[in-house]
Design a protein around this ligand. Sequence first.
Ligand SMILES: Nc1ncnc2c1ncn2[C@@H]1O[C@H](COP(=O)(O)OP(=O)(O)OP(=O)(O)O)[C@@H](O)[C@H]1O
Length: 305
Amino acid sequence: MIQVKEVTKRYGDKTVVDQLTFTAHPGQVTGFLGPNGAGKSTTMRMIVGLDTPTTGEVLVNGRRYAEHAAPLQEIGVLLDAKGVHPGRSAANHLLAMARTHGIPKKRVDEVIELAGLTKVAGKRVGNFSLGMGQRLGIAAALLGDPGVVMLDEPVNGLDPEGVLWVRNLLARLAAEGRTVVLSSHLMSETSLIADHLVVIGRGKLLADTSVASLVAQAAGGGVKVGTPATTLLGVLLAGPDVTVTPAGPEELIVSGLDARQIGQIAADHGIPLFALTPQTVSLEEAFMDLTREAVEYTSSLELAR
Ligand SMILES: Nc1ncnc2c1ncn2[C@@H]1O[C@H](COP(=O)(O)OP(=O)(O)OP(=O)(O)O)[C@@H](O)[C@H]1O
């Protein structure tokens, strides 16, 4: 479990993380989302003790990172996939890490296999593609068989097959009861991988929600109904909490009733329907709505609107 408790981080007079509180639970994949500069990396660095909160505290499995005797066995992290000596082979890089942390060589072979790096394990890391580098970073994060796994932008630069691989791997790690956190600035991609979402903007918490409830929220745009009998159906559907808006000669947008209720009322009165479509806002739009005020760099074109 990761607990971020009322954490504030200031650099000089700039507040980068602002009274942030959230928990990443075991058995779940938590997506940590925010636009560029929102404070995700800073928060992740504080989780693993590379930075200190100005106020508040961060706990990994109930303790501060530095208080763990064998931190690599508690939390595995991928913070910068390029932070590897380019002249070393993937296997030697992992072996060096394993040796300094008392981890057996057998585990190195296991994570190489797990990360799909068997064929390239002997190759120099300097020649690795971005995707192979990401896989190596993930292999390193898993080396200590940790109960908590935290990955900064793990699908960045991966092809669709690589994204699917990360998705399946993270789901499996969570199913094993581990706490899994991944950061991203891409909502649609993250919502496919994560169960839970923590969204921040300008260092502040904007949302702490399940993917399912965000999807339900995004679906709150009414139901598009296609019928030749718009006037009659409009009258039949009317009610105190129902809004019926004509959207074309044979089209209504209805809110306050779901598709099933509308379909039933139409059927009860023998009214033909040729469209009955819940209007969804895309998750990307929901994310943009949430974070609009909080993006650090807005183009002058957008500001002029
Ligand atoms: N050491 C530092 N000194 C001063 N400012 C910093 C420092 N580290 C980060 N910042 C600032 O803190 C803010 C948040 O940065 P951070 O890297 O945590 O954001 P992020 O959400 O990870 O963004 P991205 O998606 O672009 O990686 C940015 O405005 C950044 O310029």
